[in-house]
Design a protein around this ligand. Structure first.
Ligand code: C2E
Ligand code: CA
Ligand code: CA
Length: 725
């Protein structure tokens, strides 16, 4: 499931990428707009400033030149004529030897230059105190500018005024122009005197009266007598500047658009790459990397697609294959050999399963085959064909391996409606096939204790527990160092009236789930200790090993209950051994270890069962309060294999180093026994030595079994340490 949601989230990620790209485009456009406006504003104002500055400079030059010309006229023309008895006068045209006064000269200069330089500038002298009608203040700018100049004078009551020109850009005759006015003050005494005398003339007095200005004005040096106005047209420079601004903007626009296109291109490329990566991940998420087959997610996708197109009349089968000896191959020969076996299984299945049927690997040694639209006979044929194909030896490196499969079959829609339900049912059937060693088995409701129908089995179990329906069998434990049967392991049995023998591997989880485990454990320990007491009473010095489930390891009452039972049966605590599995201890290690420590200090023996299957490290074992290790029975098989032998030897050494007993279980034949003895093993259990049997039977056989123990011990140790000795 997580793989699917992983793929979905990748798609989400991709969708987010598209949204992001849209945002990016929008941001780029906004940025472009801001950039253009800012460029326009900055260029425009700076060019405008430049134009104004340059125009002012022109106006300044024109005004200065004009005053200089007048000054030259005054000092070298007027003054010379005056010296020679002539001079300047307003009506000079009517008098021989007279020239126009400087003011008239200036006016003439202005008129002539303005005509000559029409496009570049115009200037004219003017004054509020005009002496000629065309020199007065006529328009808004002139009135405003004169007032500004007057203010400059009134701000400096005495002394020389530092005149500042005033200006503004205005529309003159339909075009923009800089209008500039600078003061033309009374510059020397002769000028002042001349004007003061003029003020006294009847013509001027009449003019003053007409204009409503002050009569008999008395001029002083530096007074604002007149001003020069210069007009510099700016429309041409403005047009030039505008053209430049435009080309600047075009450049910015071109660069920005290129940038945006580039960004969009890159982001589109990224999007395409993300899509490709997503596709790739999707494929990977649905493929088993070892075999290249569909994995759980890939199978689900394929099966879902097939189911969508199937009709209500069609029947399908889901087969769950589990390789029978794969764990041992993996553990003993290493993962690379195991991997080769899995690849070979994939190849063999490939030859048998034709499309549209599909198959894949769930993980580990579990394969799934989905047979599309099949009848029961076809399913059986396929299952047999698979069994047959996997039966043939698999050759890897120098090994010839056998890894036949147990196949559980669930029919759709008969047993299940969807793939996950079908897999659960096929799993139940697969375990039945494994137990029955039949190669394949169809799912059957009766075998399914997770099914609601298993409620009946729980009810049956409670009844069995209450009414002596359960029993214990005992498997003797052999001590070949001393040549005796040193004890027995108590194992639970339940013969169901209809379902037959039910394995403790199924009873224990069921008891745990239905809160019966405490009662069941009390019953098993009580029954086993009663048996042990009988043996003790008969003079047999035996110990009893009882299995404790994971849940019991976490129950506070366990210790008290065990000690109570020991006392009730009058048995010394060191005669009881508690077997706990590595995985159960690791499950909630702190609490479990606490409980074991309490039992240990009360004298009860603690054995770590199925050692080697729980992946606990050796240092971890060292810290546990145990006095016995029970090596898992899978290590006692195939002892001819070098690796298994090495493991057994290593564990024997480990046990000796840590100072705990070591029990080897699963001894199934004489060869294994000999090899285990050879490796240094001394304590053993197994079908070859004795199967788990009823207490009475074991009582009967004890002497014979002791004889067997002695016999093997003598072969091995030649009479040393032996019981007889
Ligand atoms: P276990 O504690 O590892 O018990 C040994 C299992 O190996 C027993 O299976 C026994 O019958 C089987 N066995 C003995 N010798 C050989 C052999 O040479 N070859 C093979 N292949 N198997 C051998 P069983 O009785 O079916 O018990 C299975 C498991 O159920 C036990 O594994 C133990 O974990 C659990 N169990 C059994 N009785 C009880 C019980 O009373 N209480 C609890 N909590 N668990 C129990
Ligand atoms: Ca055990
Ligand atoms: Ca075991």
């Amino acid at each position: 499931m997580s793989k699917f949601s992983g793929t979905a989230s990748f798609q989400k990620m991709l969708a987010f990428g598209v949204g992001e790209r849209r945002g990016l485009i929008l941001a780029c456009l906004i940025l472009l707009f801001v950039l253009l406006v800012a460029t326009w504003l900055i260029t425009n104002t700076s060019q405008q400033r430049l134009i104004e500055f340059k125009s002012q400079e022109i106006a300044n030059v024109v005004a200065t030149q004009a005053r200089t010309a007048r000054s030259v006229y005054t000092t070298s023309v007027v003054a010379k004529l005056k010296k020679e008895g002539f001079g300047a006068r307003i009506d000079s045209a009517d008098h021989i030897g007279s020239v126009p006064i400087p003011a008239q000269f200036l006016k003439q200069l202005a008129a002539n230059s303005s005509v000559e330089h029409e496009d570049a500038f115009q200037f004219r002298p003017l004054s509020k105190w005009n002496l000629s009608p065309d020199q007065g203040l006529k328009d808004d700018f002139q009135v405003w500018a004169w007032e500004q100049l007057e203010q400059q004078q009134s701000n400096t009551p005495e002394g020389i005024v530092d005149w500042e020109p005033v200006w503004r850009i205005e529309n003159v005759g339909g075009q923009n122009a800089l209008r500039y006015m600078v003061a033309d003050p009374a510059a020397n005494a002769s000028c002042v005197n001349c004007h003061n005398s003029l003020e006294q003339t009847p013509e001027i007095q009449a003019m003053r009266r007409d204009a409503g200005t002050e009569l008999n004005k008395m001029w002083q040096l530096n007074d604002l007598m007149g001003a020069l106005e210069v007009i510099v047209p700016v429309h041409e420079s403005s047009a030039l500047a505008a053209a430049q601004t435009r080309s600047g903007l075009f450049l910015v626009l071109a660069v920005a658009i290129t940038g945006i296109l580039l960004v969009l291109g890159i982001s589109a490329f990224d999007g395409a790459r993300a899509l490709a990566v997503t596709k790739d991940l999707e494929v990977k998420a649905r493929t088993d990397s070892l075999t290249g087959l569909p994995n759980r997610a890939g199978l689900k996708a394929k099966v879902d697609a097939l189911l969508r197109t199937s009709t209500s009349a069609s029947q399908h089968a889901v087969m769950l294959l589990d390789l029978n000896d794969f764990k041992r191959i993996n553990d003993t020969l290493g993962h690379h050999i195991g991997d080769e076996v899995l690849r070979e299984v994939a190849v063999r299945l490939q030859a048998l399963i034709a499309p549209p049927s599909v198959f894949g690997r769930l993980g580990g040694d579990e394969f799934v085959v989905f047979l599309n639209n099949v009848n029961n006979q076809q399913v059986i044929n396929t299952a047999r064909a698979i069994n047959q194909a996997l039966d043939a030896n698999i050759e890897v490196d120098q090994y010839r391996l056998k890894s036949n499969a147990s196949i559980g079959i669930s029919m759709m829609p008969g047993d299940s409606q969807n793939l996950s339900e079908a897999l659960r049912c096929a799993d139940v059937a697969m375990y039945c096939a494994k137990r029955a060693k039949t190669g394949y088995k169809f799912y059957h409701l009766d075998n399914d204790h997770n099914n609601l129908n298993s409620l009946s089995i729980i009810t049956d179990f409670k009844a069995a527990l209450d009414n002596d329906g359960l029993s214990m069998v005992y498997q003797p434990k052999f001590d070949f160092e001393r040549g005796v049967v040193s004890g027995a392991e108590a194992l639970l049995r339940w013969e169901h009236p209809e379902r037959g023998m039910i394995s403790p591997d199924r009873i224990i989880p069921m008891a745990e789930q239905s809160d019966q485990i405490m009662a069941l454990t009390r019953w098993t320990v009580d029954t086993s200790l009663r048996q042990l007491k009988q043996w003790h009473d008969a003079g047999r010095d035996l110990k009893m090993a009882v299995n404790l489930s994971a849940q019991m390891l976490n129950a506070d009452e366990t210790v008290v209950m065990l000690l109570e039972l020991l006392e009730a049966h009058d048995i010394q605590s060191h005669h009881l051994i508690i077997e706990v599995t590595e995985t159960a201890v690791m499950h909630d290690s702190k609490k479990a270890i606490e409980l074991l420590e309490r039992l240990r200090s009360a004298g009860v023996g603690i054995s770590l069962d199925d050692f080697g299957t729980g992946y606990s490290s050796l240092s971890y074992v060292n810290n546990l309060p145990i006095n016995e290790l029970k090596l898992d029975r899978s290590f006692s098989y195939n002892l001819s294999r070098r690796k298994n032998k090495a493991i057994v030897k290593a564990v024997i050494d480990l046990a000796a180093n840590v100072g705990v007993e070591l029990v080897l279980e699963g001894v199934e034949d004489a060869g294994s026994l000999a090899l285990l003895l050879d490796s240094g093993g001394t304590q053993m259990q197994g079908y070859y030595l004795c199967k788990p049997i009823a207490g009475d039977l074991l009582t009967e056989q004890l002497d014979d079994l002791n004889a067997v123990a002695l016999d093997w011990a003598e072969r091995k140790y030649g009479g040393r340490n032996l019981r007889a000795a």
